[in-house]
Design a protein around this ligand. Structure first.
Ligand code: ZN
Ligand code: ZN
Length: 95
């Protein structure tokens, strides 16, 4: 996989890079000192990655301070999107 500037963050648990929206998901969960990629979050919360993304997005939607940066970030260029291995896109089930 080609690494790009798209991933500004690194998982504190496994070192995997993740993007702005996953970072916002971490903030929505109240995680500030330690941030994790979605697969690590999902396993911590015993949810699937898709469930976890939808769960976080519920919080994001409820707060302008999360929703604003979420909407501002253009996730359409996510390099993982073609393989659908990133759940940073707007979760369809709660949109
Ligand atoms: Zn991780
Ligand atoms: Zn992404």
């Amino acid at each position: 996989m080609v690494m790009t500037d798209f991933f500004d963050y690194c998982c504190d648990a496994c070192g995997a890079p993740f993007c702005e929206r996953t970072h916002i998901m971490n903030m929505a969960l109240g995680l500030i000192d330690v941030e994790c990629c979605l697969p690590c979050l999902a396993s911590q919360y015993q949810r699937t990655e898709a469930e976890m993304a939808a769960f976080c997005y519920g919080y994001v939607q409820a707060r302008d301070c999360f929703l604003e940066p979420w909407n501002k970030f253009n996730a359409s260029g996510c390099p993982k999107q073609p393989e659908q291995t990133c759940h940073c896109q707007q979760p369809a089930e709660v949109a």
